[in-house]
Design a protein around this ligand. Sequence first.
Ligand code: SF4
Length: 377
Amino acid sequence: MLQGRELTIFRRKLLNWFQRYRRELPWRASHDAYRVWLSEIMLQQTRVAAVIPYYERFLARFPTVEELASASEEEVLRMWSGLGYYSRARNLQRAAQEIVGKFSGTFPRNEADVRHLPGIGAYTAAAILSIAHGEKLAALDGNVARVLSRLFAITGDLRETARWKELQRRADSLLDTKSPGDWNQAMMEVGATVCTPRAPQCLLCPVAQYCEGRKQGIAERLPQVRKKREVVEVVLASAVLLDAQGRTLLLAPSKRSHEREKHDDIAALVSEMWHFPTVAARAQPKEALREHLSAFLKSKAASNGNLKFQPLRPARHTVTYRALTLRPYRICVSRLPRVSGATIVPLAEVAAHSSLAISNLTRKVARSAMAAAAATH
Ligand code: SF4
């Protein structure tokens, strides 16, 4: 454990480096809690470059927590459309409503209150409170954990409870309590730009002289690979119903309760935004889809097998440990059914920029259906 004068110099070196080399990112222009919070949520499992345009558009549309709280969920999802992990957007809005309802629109300063807000865990709470309010909390996420594991040559699975606690103790002991916000950002920045997962650039590292992993020649092998959760293959089949006017049917986003979110709801991978009728179908996707459709098409054509299913290019998508294969079919119908909670829209609009909240996956399927239609004409 670094201490005394050595610790003081370590902190100074890292903070000076951060002041000099930090990337200018839009959310760093202000210490406003709403902006910091929004950026932290968007950055979860998403690259900085992908987040920047979303962050700017979202903030332009919802400049205050009140405006986010009072917007329709549909509008919030639409602004999040394409960024993925849509439960983040729903939780963000639920939290905004709590902030307005319970805290008069001011982001709480108390850690326990912040941790109670939907979608905010220990790391996010520490990051927001330290950056926006100067609270003395060390933020520990996978990025910072990697840096610490190398600095202190910590081996083993970092996500094991005892080891994670040890990392939190190390992070707490390093924290510069005079500028905790800058400190946390400096730790994250060194992890994002210098102490990167594959090839740490130790020659550029401001704290290389203190790095035990480097001294022992094991930095590149840290952190040790954790036991990966087995990948679950998920196959879904989707119906792109198409009428003679080039219109299709989309189903409304399904409401997800907190309880359902805790469980692995496979259909929710697709149904949390506007989506084509979709069914889980491991063995015989076409048959499973035909059966599913007959339930709400209620047309003889659907049940007696007269509908033609033109297979489209499968779309693949990975969400944490689930590898999803979506098998879409283009199905021409004389008339689209009226289904409650559904909407009828031009397919071209789904493929381009729709005014509806649509995931990239659905957009991709719409595009291949458009390409297939063009090829048959
Ligand atoms: Fe990471 Fe290398 Fe710096 Fe150690 S010296 S913290 S391994 S970049």
